[in-house]
Design a protein around this ligand. Structure first.
Ligand code: ARG
Length: 504
């Protein structure tokens, strides 16, 4: 049986940003976590695991790929933590690269400071789209963007650098709001920009091993495929102007994180399309005879297709969350509970919208891609998030109504010995096996599908095993069963990242 609680231990903080790029730098907290990890001995079989998830590119909007990474990463981190592992939840922001240079250049031409203040992500996105369009059609503009990235990376133009700081700050603020709505937390934020300087050290290590070659002024390495020793692979590391690449920054990040945290495992929760990137990351480390490559895992997942709002294709996550909230409000309006205020309803609808999205997502296996379907996600009955919340709230209500009916240790088992009662007991007992399977495969869909079965068993038992009007021993036995069921339902819902509702 899992030993530790799934309670969050760390606090959000930002670590080691080489240039002061975020107001929230809080080195004290960082030291605490490093200390906690260093003091940890591995004799008890628990591991130190970094789970890197969400990781949006902040010049572009939070795209749906990042949403899946956020949902899956959070539940996988919960699972690992539930088994007593020491988990570090990390968000690795994509805040560097030519895309930022395109944005910076385009902002000089199309940007509007007022709009930037009012709706930063939306405005930056519009500006980025314009810049990208120009890049595709105008080689001169493309060269300008390349040059701007060079200037940014060399940090030799303070105006460009300050503008980048501002875009980054605004984007982070918006992101924090999204994470709050999704009830997602991180122990630490890192970002690609942190590693642009450290890339030099990486190149030097490869140089010492004579693994570097120059092709048309750009820096490449030739490495061995760790899956097939006979295969050699050429990988670019620096552009011909010496600026860094995504992979080189990731390489610097692995080496730094190992030094800083001494992790046993690092999971990258990133969509399957980046398999080659993570494979190459391992290939380089393998060729360097660095055993750390064995501790890196690309936790792949398939894409979400067709996620759109009534207005059209969804680009921004908050549009998707608002749509979910409105649809959830529509869905629950018919069953309005008069004891709940309008304001509480808004909050409940927000949580229900998020629940619907998470459950719809996690009912699919991690590696399969799936088509998003609002009607299916927001149904009141069947295998949906709303029906899980509804069952949970109903049980909480039932338990509250009979809270004076104290449970004794000797229960009248015959009061629950019916087909429905036994079926519910069986489902409750399945929790252990299901969570073991989900943990072994890092597959939250196993828990989600278990939740659907548990919910069905609860609802059936709830219909048959009435409490009201029964004798005290019968009430006690049935209530005990429902308390157990509620506890398992609640725990399992929290493991997949839901906030269980007590009333709705
Ligand atoms: N920012 C990237 C993207 O949105 C994902 C980063 C994944 N993590 C990593 N260490 N490369 O595609």
């Amino acid at each position: 049986m899992p030993a530790a609680s799934s309670k969050r231990i760390g606090q959000t903080f930002y670590i080691d940003l080489p240039m002061k790029i975020n107001n929230k730098v809080n080195l004290k907290d960082k030291n605490l976590i490093v200390e906690r990890w260093q003091q940890r001995n591995n004799d008890d079989g628990r591991q130190k695991i970094i789970v890197e998830y969400s990781s949006p590119n902040i010049a572009k909007p939070f795209h749906v790929g990042n949403l899946r990474s956020t949902i899956i990463g959070n539940s996988v981190a919960n699972l690992l933590q539930f088994y007593g592992n020491d988990v570090l939840r990390m968000n690795y922001l994509g805040d560097w690269g030519t895309q930022f240079a395109i944005l910076s250049l385009a902002f000089d031409r199309f940007g509007d400071p007022d709009q930037l203040r009012r709706a930063p992500l939306k405005h930056l996105f519009d500006v980025y789209v314009e810049g990208n369009r120009l890049c595709e059609s105008d080689i001169g503009w493309k060269n300008l963007a390349k040059n701007r990235f060079y200037q940014l990376e060399q940090s030799n133009d303070s105006k460009i650098y300050e503008q980048w700081c501002e875009f980054r700050r605004l984007s982070c603020e918006e992101l924090e709001k999204l994470y709050e709505r999704l009830a997602i937390q991180f122990d630490c934020y890192e970002s690609e920009s942190m590693y642009s300087g450290a890339v030099k050290d990486v190149i030097e290590i490869l140089q010492q091993r004579q693994l570097i070659k120059t092709i048309d002024g750009a820096t490449w390495t030739e490495v061995i495929d760790h899956n097939d020793e006979r295969k050699k692979i050429s990988i670019p590391l620096l552009k011909n102007d010496g600026t860094s690449l995504y992979l080189t920054r990731d390489l610097a990040a692995v080496l730094n994180r190992r030094k800083q945290f001494g992790f046993d495992r690092m999971l990258y929760v990133v969509d399957s399309s980046q398999w080659k990137h993570f494979n190459n990351l391992k290939n380089i480390l393998y060729t360097l005879h660095d055993p750390v490559y064995r501790n890196l895992e690309h936790l792949k997942f398939g894409r979400i297709l067709g996620m759109s709002t009534r207005k059209g294709e969804a680009i921004f996550l908050d549009d998707v969350l608002n749509e979910a909230k409105h649809r959830a409000l529509e869905a629950i309006q018919t069953s309005q509970n008069t004891k709940i205020s309008a304001e509480q309803y808004e909050q409940i609808a927000d949580i229900l919208g998020v629940t619907a999205i998470i459950v719809h997502d996690l009912s699919n296996r991690r590696v399969s891609e799936y088509r998003f379907n609002w009607n299916r996600a927001l149904r009141m009955n069947g295998n949906t998030g709303i029906s899980l919340q509804y069952t949970h709230a109903r049980l909480c209500n039932l338990i509250k109504n009979f809270n004076d009916c104290h449970c004794s240790s000797s229960l009248d088992i015959t009061a629950i010995d019916t087909i429905e009662g036994r079926n519910l007991i069986n489902q409750i007992l399945m929790f252990d096996e299901m969570i073991d399977q989900a943990y072994d495969q890092l597959e939250p869909s196993i828990l989600t599908n278990y939740l659907f079965n548990l919910k069905t068993a609860i609802n059936r038992a709830n219909q048959e095993l009435t409490i009201k009007g029964q004798t005290q021993p019968i009430q006690q036995a049935r209530l005990s069963l429902f308390i157990c069921a509620r506890n398992v339902l609640n725990q399992c819902m929290r493991l997949i990242g839901l906030q269980p509702l007590e009333s709705m």
